[in-house]
Write a new protein. Structure first.
Length: 115
């Protein structure tokens, strides 16, 4: 069973950048499409971005398109989310998972964007 550990969150001013990492262990990570999701205070978890198994195809939520970039390193069993031009509405706990949430959810990493 794949286990996921997210890191890289923090407090940043609006307009700033952060790079999130998701380390996977315990399974054949490279076989799966992976995604980033987030849950803002008082809201449901929502989709942010996804990347196919080989890294050649990506898809983004409209709210982050042009600002966030998802990537992966299958040799390191890691998925990344580069977040630029951050906005206060990006404040949330960020999670990674297989497409469709196929693995147990990790604890996530908190991103807080101040105005």
């Amino acid at each position: 069973q794949v286990q996921l550990v997210e890191s890289g969150g923090g407090l940043v001013q609006a307009g700033g950048s952060l790079r999130l990492s998701c380390a996977a262990s315990g399974g054949t990570f490279s076989s799966y499409a992976m995604g980033w999701f987030r849950r803002a205070p008082g809201k449901e978890r929502e989709f942010v971005a996804t990347i196919n198994w080989g890294g050649g195809s990506t898809y983004y939520a409209d709210s982050v398109k042009g600002r966030f970039t998802i990537s992966r390193d299958n040799a390191e069993n890691t998925v990344y989310l580069q977040m630029n031009s951050l906005k206060p509405e990006d404040t949330a706990v960020y999670y990674c998972n297989g497409a469709g949430g196929r693995f147990p959810w990790g604890q996530g990493t908190q991103v807080t964007v101040s105005s």
